[in-house]
Every structure is written in structure tokens, then in C-alpha cells.
Ligand binder design. Structure first.
Ligand code: UGA
Length: 436
């Protein structure tokens, strides 16, 4: 099938590449000329496991262009995968979605389906359909479908090729049949529903996961206060299949481009419709406080952070991505800089993005060992494999004052307890102090 994809961020690019992998002819469109040039040369502009390989493998079925007219003109399906960033009031900014919708209406020559993949407030698909058809003024019929994505960064290709489910929100058989045909290669469960339900499935799913994280983080904070261990508590909960074992990792809060934005957007949407979504509002508040935890913990050990040598392991909001959006590191590191701490940081792929947000005040290291050398305190913000595999004896060997604030519970407490000369302060577990 002839497919066009507007927007080459995580959602658009991964969708385009995975559709090409399944035999479709795909043209990806973006306004960023440098990015398009890079992709025309065969290079993936983002770090995402498996993406580069699939781009290379399917190069004959994949085109990249800034010329939206040629891309949309005779496409059978056009995906909108552009950003819906958060506005100051927490609502979603839909200007990119509607700008693309206008371009599509001006370009298409044949009856086609426009698929909104971007996460959009409930009712947006209806508005897009009205807008494109009004602009076309009967010249050609455009059907609009909602097809939210459920990929997570770091596993985006796998999540798309082996989806947990494919949600198709349609109002007519033309759109439904075309999308079922487009996805005929997939063995994922298909949920065919109306457009508003499809839009809601996306928000309800993401916000439920955010809630689950904030819930386990609150339980973790309580565990610290009463002497329980969150890892054991989560394990004990997980055997109940109604609870499950996923998304019960306590830590310093969720980041990324989705949960923070989608929780605020749903809360805003509820308020706008005279409802109050109390659970989601609570999840947002808990998460904001959770991001402050590393600093609160550091102050247990230092009254004044001026001149203190700080080691930071991991900057990205989670492993497997170079994305820094809403990363807890972006809350803590600027505070440490303002407090006059001397910071050395390591991250395998996130450094260049971090520098864009925090241009000064951090020295970057190529290895964990170099980062730890001479440090008075170490913060772990991301559970990268190299951190998980680190011998905790290295903290004692390399640091000046081995205090470790582990925001992602990377180490087994028993393993840590066997290392002499260390303070280990993690989330929802007792502080381990083996100095004496
Ligand atoms: C999330 C969802 O997981 C995807 O299903 C969804 O499609 C995507 O948003 C989206 O809307 O595009 P993503 O933001 O890439 O994916 O990352 P997650 O793996 O969900 O992690 C988000 C944050 O939650 C990370 O900061 C992670 O460290 C944190 N987290 C996750 C925890 O603190 N504890 C957990 O148990 C799990």
C-alpha cells in the first residue's frame, strides 16, 4: 500500500520504517531539512535499537522528503505523527496536527484515509475530519481514523512489530477496511471502535501506567518510613495476576515525552468538561515530589553542597534512549550546579542532548570509573546496563567518600551489604551503611 507519514519523531519514523518492513511503500515527510538529508543518506536521526538496521534493510521501500505535496498526492493512507507538545495550561498544542491536516487537504488527489497517530485530546479526530473535508470542498473525500500507538522508547521497533494491540477508531467502513488491510501482517489483537473511544484508550492506558508508578513510589516512600522493603513488597504484590509484575519499579519518578504530558492533558480535558480526575492529578503531584528525592537524600549527608564532588550515572529518562524530556536528572543537576557542587556525569548516549538543556556546569566522562574517581557522592538516575553490571566495590575503590544515592534501585541490598565502607541510599529500602 502507498503510505505517507507526516513527522519523523519516534512515533512517525518508527511507524514508517516498520510499515516498510512489512511490504508497504512509505514516504516520510518532515520540515527539518537536515534531518531529512540525514535519513536520505540512510542514517537514523534518533537512537532506537533496531531502527538503523531496518532503515538500511528496507531502503528501497522508504523515501524521505520535505516535499509534502508529492508525498501525500496519491497516498492511500497518510499518518499524522507530529508532536502535540504541552501548552502552558497543560493542554495539548494541536497546531502541528492541524497544519499537516491543511497540507494533506491541499495535496491529495484520491480518496484516502488520514490516520492520527499523535496522542490527541478526545474529539480531535472529529475536528480533523471536518477541517480536511471543509478545505477540500468536495474535491476528494478524506476519511479520518484514530490509531494511537503504544510503543515505548528504547523498545519502539519491537513494540511496533509485535504490538500488544492495534486500536483502530473509525466512523465508516472505508477507513476500517483500509486500516485492517494495512495491518493484515500483524497478529496483534485488533480493537475496532469509534474514534473517541480510540483516543480515550490511549490516554487511559498511559495515565493508568503513570498512576501505577506514582502509587508504587508512594508505597516506597512509606516503606522507608516504616522499615519495609519496596522490592519485596512489589514482588509480593506481583503474584496476584490482577496486579501483575510490570511497572512496579519504585524510583525517582517517571519522565519522558508521554506520561508527564498525557497526565496533564487528561487532567486538563477533565477540568474543561467540568470533571475532576482526582487520581491522575494525584499521580502528577506525587511524581513532581518524587523527582526532588535525590536532593532531599543528599542533604542528609551534606549541609552544604558547595565544592562537593558529585558523580552522576545516567542522564536520560530511562535506558535505551537518548531522550532527556522530563528526565529527573534535569531537576536535580541544575539544583546541584546552583548549590556550587562540582559535577562529573556519564551517560552512554544522552550527553549531547543534556548539554543542550544544561550548557554549563558539568564535566562529562567517557566511563563510569572516570566519573566516580574522587567523588563525595554518586547519584544514579538511569538504570543503564553498565550501571546494573557495575561491581559495587568500585564505589569504595574509586570514590573519595562512597555515598551512593540510587534513584533506580539498581543493586541488590545483600550484595551492597557485603561491600565494606559504603553508604547506599536507595528508594523504598533501608539505608545501608557499612562504614563501621
Ligand atoms: C510510554 C508507555 O509505556 C508506552 O506504552 C506509550 O506508547 C508511550 O509512553 C507513548 O505514549 O508514546 P515511554 O514514555 O517511552 O512509553 O517509557 P516507559 O517505559 O513507559 O517509561 C516512562 C517512565 O516511567 C520512565 O522514566 C521510567 O523510568 C518510569 N518507570 C517505568 C518507573 O519509574 N517505574 C516503572 O516501573 C516503569
Amino acid at each position: 500500500m502507498k503510505v505517507a507519514v507526516a513527522g519523523t519523531g519516534y512515533v512517525g519514523l518508527v511507524t514508517g520504517v516498520c510499515l516498510a518492513e512489512n511490504g508497504h511503500e512509505v514516504t516520510c515527510v518532515d520540515v527539518d531539512e537536515n534531518k531529512i538529508k540525514m535519513m536520505q543518506e540512510g542514517k537514523a536521526p534518533i537512537y532506537e535499537p533496531g531502527l538503523q538496521e531496518l532503515m538500511t534493510k528496507n531502503s528501497e521501500r522508504l523515501k524521505f522528503t520535505t516535499d509534502h505535496v508529492s508525498a501525500y498526492r496519491d497516498a492511500e493512507v497518510i499518518f499524522i505523527g507530529v508532536g502535540t507538545p504541552e501548552k502552558k495550561d497543560g493542554s495539548a498544542n494541536l497546531s502541528y496536527v492541524f497544519a499537516v491536516a491543511d497540507q494533506i487537504a491541499d495535496s491529495v488527489q484520491n480518496e484516502c484515509v488520514v490516520v492520527v497517530k499523535s496522542t490527541v485530546p478526545i474529539g480531535t479526530n472529529d475536528r480533523v475530519e471536518a477541517a480536511v473535508n471543509e478545505r477540500c470542498a468536495g474535491r476528494v473525500k478524506i476519511h479520518v481514523a484514530s490509531n494511537p500507538e503504544f510503543l515505548a522508547q528504547g523498545t519502539a521497533v519491537r513494540d511496533t512489530l509485535h504490538s500488544s494491540r492495534i486500536v483502530i477508531g473509525v466512523e465508516d467502513d472505508f477507513a476500517k477496511d483500509r486500516l485492517l488491510q494495512l495491518y493484515s501482517w500483524s497478529d496483534a489483537p485488533m480493537v475496532v471502535t469509534n474514534r473517541r473511544s480510540a483516543e480515550m484508550i490511549k490516554y487511559a492506558s498511559n495515565d493508568f501506567l503513570a498512576l501505577k508508578i506514582s502509587y508504587i513510589n508512594e508505597i516506597a516512600n512509606l516503606c522507608e518510613a516504616i522499615g519495609a522493603d519496596i522490592k519485596d513488597v512489589a514482588k509480593g504484590m506481583s503474584y496476584d495476576s490482577r496486579i501483575g509484575d510490570k511497572f512496579l519499579n519504585a524510583g525517582i519518578g517517571y519522565g519522558g515525552s508521554c506520561f508527564p504530558k498525557d497526565t496533564k492533558a487528561l487532567s486538563w480535558l477533565a477540568t474543561f468538561n467540568d470533571h475532576e480526575i482526582k487520581t491522575v492529578k494525584a499521580a502528577i503531584e506525587v511524581n513532581e515530589n518524587q523527582k526532588l528525592l535525590p536532593i532531599k537524600k543528599a542533604r542528609r549527608y551534606f549541609n552544604d553542597l558547595r565544592g562537593i564532588n558529585v558523580a552522576v550515572l545516567g542522564l536520560t529518562f530511562k535506558p535505551g534512549t537518548d531522550d532527556l524530556r522530563e528526565a529527573p536528572s534535569l531537576v536535580t543537576v541544575p539544583v546541584l550546579i546552583d548549590d556550587g557542587a562540582k559535577i562529573r556525569a556519564w551517560d552512554p548516549v544522552g550527553v549531547s542532548n543534556f548539554k543542550k538543556q544544561v550548557p554549563e556546569g558539568v564535566t562529562y566522562c567517557d566511563s563510569i570509573e572516570e566519573t566516580l574517581k574522587g567523588a563525595d557522592i554518586c547519584f544514579i538516575f538511569t538504570e543503564w546496563k553498565d550501571v546494573l553490571e557495575l561491581d559495587p566495590g568500585m564505589f569504595v575503590k574509586l570514590m573519595n567518600n562512597p555515598i551512593v544515592v540510587d534513584g533506580r534501585n539498581c543493586f541488590d541490598v545483600e550484595k551492597i551489604a557485603s561491600v565494606k565502607g559504603l553508604v547506599y541510599d536507595s528508594i523504598g529500602r533501608a539505608v545501608i551503611d557499612t562504614r563501621s
